[in-house]
Design a protein around this ligand. Structure first.
Ligand code: LRH
Length: 472
């Protein structure tokens, strides 16, 4: 029997998943094999990801898949953007990767823009300036003369790091590399002039691999440990946003996407980067897609604030029935709006306190119960989406006519309806597992089971239901 199952290792800021996808008769069937927590760890001065633990969790998922007797043809890894690990010349990891939520980049963009102007930086990289981006993280290490940097041989972004320890092949995948601010938006290669200007060592950066190519074989010892064969490890759109966008079930033209999870990535696909001053000022970014296209989008703080509130409610021992709170929130007519991108919400000790503080300082009505908090956040997100669509319509040839919401956030019916209402365009929600789906179908493309992006879209359309919300 032909091996037609692929494993997606999909890591988000709050959890990781191993998902198996089987393609049969033009349809994809997915099954979650293993889900685990991804925690931020405060250790000394910094906030880290626990990479060894995440790697172990991934192997456990692989072991469970093997145990089910699935005929596995390949595995692909995708993660959130911008973060990385450094490898020494013996191939060892130089410390756990530091999270983008760490404070080490505070004040760093200003220092970079003393050396290169914002306009030139955008013309080269096409990337929206966000202090979390790799450029600022690495520059902060350079400024503090970090010993790790002196002995580092290679820089590997999070998915590259997983791939490296799976195969022994150290490579930088294109879509994840595009989140760094080190790639040239036109040539899709490392911007050597920019790196040299900032005195960032060039040897850290390696060969750029395109999504949909075979990276290498699973190491013998990992195959043995997990019970899998020495299967192919395949580079997918290893930036989770790129994989999610590859799985938009779009039909027709002039659509925008919203990849909705911890972050909200709202934008559209273009064939060429848009590097104008207007795009820079509007804070749009040109990232690399999984299908040769550019994902022209704005990074908006997504469901992060709500995720943190839920955690705080649970930690205080309260009963939290998410769907019930959403239903209650739907009944609330009036709400205050907050700026979800305000620095005060980035990584506070207590999110509830900071929302209260934010409202108090602006003499806004403070939400009084869980449903009021949820309504406030969903309405605030929807208003950000509206603003982004208005700005985007000024920058692209034809206005957006419909919005596809994909990712876990597409399950939030309150947010979907509010978004349709304030933007005035239909919202098509689903699939929630778009990232894993894009990951799996890109692997199938690499192995020749699927021939084109059009076929990927067709498979998504016939395999997963969507729900349309008309503006009211
Ligand atoms: C979404 C995302 C987004 C951000 C990053 C930190 O998961 O990849 O593009 O830039 O996380």
């Amino acid at each position: 029997m032909k091996n037609n199952t692929y494993l997606a290792a999909d890591f988000g800021g709050g959890s990781g998943r191993i998902i198996a996808g089987t393609i049969s008769k033009g349809k994809l069937h997915i099954e979650e094999i293993h889900r685990f927590t991804n925690r931020l760890v405060q250790l000394g001065k910094h906030i880290y990801w626990d990479f060894p633990c995440l790697f172990q969790d991934m192997k456990e998922g692989m072991r469970l898949a093997a145990k089910q007797g699935l005929k596995i043809n390949g595995i692909g890894v995708d993660t959130w953007g911008v973060d990385f690990g450094l490898i020494d010349r013996n191939g060892n990891l130089l410390g756990n990767p530091i999270s983008y939520r760490d404070k080490r980049t505070v004040g760093i963009p200003e220092k970079v823009f003393d050396i290169i102007s914002k306009s030139e930086h955008y013309r080269r990289t096409g990337i929206q300036v966000m202090p979390i981006n790799t450029l600022f993280q690495l520059y902060s290490m350079l400024l503090e003369d970090c010993p790790q940097l002196t002995i580092a041989d290679r820089l590997l972004f999070m998915p590259d790091l997983f791939n490296y320890f799976l195969t022994g092949v150290a490579a930088n995948e294109y879509s994840i590399s595009s989140t760094s601010e080190f790639l040239n938006a036109n040539t899709h290669t490392w911007d050597v002039d920019l790196l040299s200007q900032l005195k960032i060592p060039l040897h850290l950066f390696g060969e750029i691999r395109q999504p949909g190519t075979i990276l290498g074989k699973l190491k013998k010892e990992i195959a043995k440990e997990t019970g899998l064969d020495e299967i192919d490890v395949i580079t997918v759109g290893s930036h989770d946003t790129a994989s999610a966008i590859a799985a938009i079930p779009a039909s027709g033209e002039n659509y925008a996407f919203l990849s909705s999870g911890t972050w909200s990535l709202l934008g559209t696909e273009t064939t060429h980067p848009i590097l104008t001053e207007e795009a820079r000022i509007a804070q749009f970014t040109n990232e690399g897609g999984a299908n040769g296209k550019i994902t022209f989008l704005r990074n908006i703080t997504g469901l992060w604030i709500l995720q943190r509130l839920m955690l705080e409610w649970k930690q205080s021992g309260e009963e939290v029935d998410y769907s019930n709170i959403i239903e209650q929130a739907k009944l609330i007519k009036e709400t205050v709006l907050i700026d979800v991108d305000a620095a005060i919400f980035q990584n506070p000790e207590n999110m509830t306190n900071n929302i209260q503080k934010y409202c108090k300082e602006r003499k806004l009505t403070i939400p009084q119960n869980k449903a009021a908090f949820v309504k406030c956040i969903c309405a605030s997100l929807a208003s950000k989406y509206k603003e982004a669509i208005i700005e985007m319509n000024r920058l692209i040839p034809e206005p957006i006519k419909q919005l596809y919401i994909i990712g876990g956030g597409s399950r939030n019916s309150l947010l979907n309806q509010l978004t349709a209402d304030v933007t005035g365009i239909p919202v098509i929600a689903g699939p929630a597992e778009a990232t894993a789906i894009g990951n799996i179908l890109t692997q199938a493309y690499a192995k020749g089971d699927i021939k084109s992006q059009e076929e990927i879209t067709q498979i998504v359309r016939s395999s997963f239901d969507t729900k349309t919300y008309q503006p009211q």
